[in-house]
Design a protein around this ligand. Structure first.
Ligand code: SF4
Ligand code: SF4
Length: 343
């Protein structure tokens, strides 16, 4: 049995009354092994691409894993994602093997775009190895956005072999229906692609952060900024249930990419959880109390061009942060460059 923290071990929670919402205990961590990817999907929550960089060290990964176990005990769930983690299979294996030897909680999943699924023997060997060091599930990302970059035959081959090696219940395809009905987007012209992608967005909405905000935000922008006036981010910040940690050790709250709570190369993850008070620091306090609208006066005062319409609160948030990033404001919270498409 692993020990775990009490909710009141967090400084913010300690000050809260019984009935007030508290910062949840983080119980999942997505380790972003690299920002590098074979694809450059329009709806990427970061700005992953073949030009992007970063590679998490095994030491950083294990440090993150151990920190999460100290926070959440046996409920700690770690998944490895990217970018495309199979680009660095040796490092992925090293991390999974070390965690297994240290008897940390098992590796919940690895997320892949399947682009490496060319060679049957190689696929089988890699999956058998990951299975032997505790991998629970393989998650294959597949939809028209990925289909723009990834060969369908690779996804078919990987999913077929993975189901044989791991068993069908341990292979998740997001989304299965595109496996039986691929969109054929690669042979379409740009206006036709837009139609296909808009349809995909309607059935599986995405959060407009990272590249998704830049490339897709305007497609579905329908709300003037006033619409978001009373939409603060208290719930998103307190209820995230987990974090993503990037190759450099930067910790993002839940899915809020490009905003750093702290860095685990400087402070262990459990110490970050214990000391994070989203209503105290200037930057987080604005989001906590007012959401991204809280930045508008400051941003417009230094030249931020307010758009007529936004797709969502997160689109507005990312757009303003991108502007702040270019002006080096709120550093080191608004970072890294890999979330803002600057390599
Ligand atoms: S969404 Fe996934 S596959 Fe697509 S660019 Fe981002 S990390 Fe790569
Ligand atoms: S508006 Fe910003 S802080 Fe709030 S949930 Fe969206 S990305 Fe996160």
């Amino acid at each position: 049995m692993f020990a775990m923290y009490e909710l009141n071990d967090n400084l913010f929670n300690h000050r809260r009354q019984r009935h007030q919402p508290k910062l949840k205990r983080w119980r999942y961590a997505g380790l972003i092994l690299t920002y590098r990817c074979t694809a450059a999907c329009r709806f990427c929550y970061y700005s992953c691409s073949p030009q992007a960089t970063g590679l998490m060290s095994a030491a950083t990964a294990i440090e993150a894993w151990e920190g999460l176990v100290r926070i959440a005990g046996e409920n700690a769930k770690v998944h490895i994602t990217g970018g495309e983690p199979f680009l660095y299979f040796e490092r992925l294996s090293e991390i999974a093997e070390q965690a297994h030897q240290l008897k940390l909680t098992g590796l919940d999943s690895v997320e892949t775009n399947a682009d490496w699924g060319e060679n049957e023997r190689e696929i089988s060997d890699k999956l058998k190895f990951l299975d032997s060091v505790g991998l629970d599930r393989l998650k294959i990302s597949w939809d028209p956005f990925h289909e723009e970059f990834v060969e369908f035959r690779c996804v078919q081959r990987l999913s077929t072999i993975a189901r044989k090696v791991l068993g069908p219940e341990r292979v998740l395809i997001r989304w299965e229906h595109y496996l039986t009905h691929p969109s054929g987007i690669r042979s379409k012209n740009e206006p036709e692609k837009h139609v296909i992608l808009q349809e995909a967005l309607k059935s599986d909405p995405c959060r407009f952060t990272g590249r998704a905000a830049e490339t897709l935000g305007q497609w579905t922008a329908q709300y003037p900024v006033e619409y978001f006036q009373r939409q603060q981010c208290q719930n998103a910040l307190l209820s995230a249930k987990g974090v993503h940690i990037d190759p450099y050790g930067n910790v993002f709250n839940g899915q809020c990419s490009g905003m750093v709570i702290g860095n685990i190369t400087q402070k262990p993850l459990d110490a970050l959880w214990k000391t994070w008070q989203p209503d105290q620091d200037e930057f987080w306090k604005i989001l906590y109390l007012s959401g991204p609208c809280g930045f508008i006066d400051q941003a417009c005062g230094i030249g931020y061009p307010l758009r007529e319409k936004y797709a969502s609160k997160c689109h507005l948030c990312t757009d303003i942060r991108r502007f702040f990033f270019d002006k080096s404001l709120y550093s080191p919270i608004i970072t890294p460059k890999d979330c803002y498409g600057k390599y």
